[in-house]
Design a protein around this ligand. Structure first.
Ligand SMILES: [Fe+2]
Length: 515
């Protein structure tokens, strides 16, 4: 929609107005308290026709707790119709408090629909960089198009965020981030940079981990380029966790850890106050509507799920099972979303009015059996909850007239994947009811085995685990176009990117077409 040069103009202006903040990024670990309080940049999210959430966090010493006093600190803000902030439309002051790590979650209203805006914060005698954001189109209007960048899984030690630099330069309307924003633990080979700290377990450790990730200038630029819709997966807390069961810990001990992890996540994301955790609980499943064109159903498949089936005690991680060695796999009552979220999603799909229903969720939905004999299923994603998946896909089959093919977007597997989804994957002759695109990881490593696995599953049209990058999705009333964008070298911040594969979807047919 907008020329990508806008973003570069914005970045230059940000440099002029907030030189201390940007200069800080390159040498962040060496700087202490007394630095620019806006070292973590700015962000926005949750666009509605009249509003958006603006975010920042005051943290002059971001890697060591933030470096702020305990007292509340006033933060001035302004939002304008132009990038030079010469035509301000609203301004005001909020207090940033220590209990929220001096983060700001400003829920703006009173803006005009389908507009771009620019915003900036000032506090403690310093100015933030300028962020760009937009509102959603009004209900009852059909926007010409919508460009969404879909991203997930950005292990900091595995690479630089060149993918985010390209996302910012492509000037999308929205970024959908589908989980593993941080990793609580170090892993992988040939690391290019370090967490510089232990596996996160406490609120302070999760705060420092989020601050480290957010200190990356390319990630900051992607946040400043447009509003984001975010959800989480497991590594925002711990590997393969399910509800109140973590690796080697469960019940009250794990819930205490989860409370700190959820709190730090909320403090660092452009989420509304309604998503703020209360102890170990936070409601982040929600919807976002973009005029008559798209309705996003944003899911949380971690907090409410039943345990993965046939877990091996004290082993940690979700098991790989077959239908034969794990009969409980197919128990109909087992749920990935929990009863309340399942009902909420069913209602929303039935009542949705927008053309494209889009499900934003964190894992792969298409069945993917591996191995030579009986198919082996990894149980951490929807393959561990086949009855729940079938319930959801049957609900998608009953969508209202006038709605297009539901699109399921996912992450988690560190691979690109395109699939046609049907309630019974064993009957490929039956009609598909939805199309799925999985975005590969921004940086997180994989062992590239998927390409060899997928031929046994005819509903999977494409899979590639060898590349890092993001997915670009463009929606119009007539067509959905997905491009799998891969960086050439995730280890280099200035890496180039290329389009690996394109697909298209027509509104009335759940079929993958060449793009
Ligand atoms: Fe991941």
């Amino acid at each position: 929609m907008d020329d990508s040069r806008d973003v570069f103009r914005m970045r230059r202006r940000g440099l002029l107005l907030a030189a201390p903040a940007l200069a800080l990024c390159g040498a962040l670990p060496a700087r202490g308290a007394g630095g620019n309080p806006f070292a973590l940049g700015v962000a926005s999210g949750e666009p509605t026709p009249t509003g958006v959430v603006l975010w920042t966090r005051l943290a002059p010493d971001p890697l060591r707790g933030g470096g702020m006093p305990d007292a509340p600190v006033p933060v001035e803000w302004v939002i304008a119709e132009d990038e030079a902030l010469r035509r301000p439309v609203r301004s005001g002051r909020v207090m940033a408090v220590a209990e929220e790590a001096h983060s700001v979650h400003l829920e703006l209203d009173g803006l005009r629909p389908d507009r771009w805006y620019w915003y900036r914060f000032t506090a403690m005698g310093e100015a933030s960089s300028i962020g760009r954001t937009r509102t959603a189109p009004a209900p009852g209007t059909m926007p010409r198009g919508l460009h969404i960048a879909v991203a997930n899984c950005q292990q900091y030690e595995h690479g630089h965020y060149g993918a985010h630099r390209h996302i910012a330069a492509s000037a999308p309307d929205l970024v959908a981030f589908l989980g593993d924003y941080i990793y609580e633990a170090s892993w992988g080979r040939n690391l290019v940079r370090s967490h510089g700290g232990p596996t996160a377990r406490s609120l302070e450790e999760y705060r420092n981990r989020h601050a480290l990730y957010r200190s990356d200038p390319d990630l900051q630029d992607a946040h400043a380029a447009c509003p984001w819709l975010v959800t989480w997966d497991d590594h925002e807390v711990s590997n393969d966790y399910a509800n109140d069961i973590g690796e080697g810990e469960r019940g009250a001990a794990f819930l205490a850890r989860r409370a700190g992890a959820y709190q730090a996540f909320w403090e660092h994301m452009p989420l509304p106050r309604s998503a703020k955790p209360e102890g170990p609980n936070a409601r982040i499943f929600r919807r976002a509507v973009f005029g008559d064109l798209a309705e996003f159903h944003i899911l949380d498949d971690r907090q409410y799920r039943d345990p993965q089936p046939c877990q091996v005690p004290d082993r940690g991680g979700a098991p790989r099972v077959t239908e034969e060695n794990c009969p409980s796999l197919n128990e109909p009552a087992r749920s990935l979303l929990g009863a309340a979220q399942e009902a909420w999603l069913g209602d929303g799909l039935r009542e949705g009015r927008a053309r494209w229903p889009v499900i934003l969720q964190q894992t792969r939905m298409a069945r993917l059996g591996t191995g030579q004999g009986a198919p082996v299923y990894w149980t951490d994603g929807w393959d561990g909850y086949p009855a729940a998946r079938r319930r959801l896909l049957e609900a998608l089959a009953e969508r209202p007239a006038g709605q297009a093919t539901p699109l399921v977007l996912g992450g988690d597997i560190h691979a690109f994947l395109a699939a046609e989804l049907r309630p019974d994957f064993d009957r490929p002759e039956t009609p598909a009811v939805a199309v799925e695109f999985v975005a590969t990881s921004i940086t997180s490593q994989n062992n590239a085995r998927y390409a060899a696995r997928y031929p046994r599953d005819p509903h999977i049209a494409f899979a590639d685990a060898s590349r890092r990058g993001w997915l670009s999705l463009r929606l119009t009333a007539e067509r959905a176009e997905a491009a799998m964008e891969a960086v050439l070298d995730p280890r280099e911040a200035d890496t180039e990117a290329e389009t690996l594969r394109r697909f298209a979807v027509e509104p009335r047919q759940a079929r993958l077409l060449p793009g």
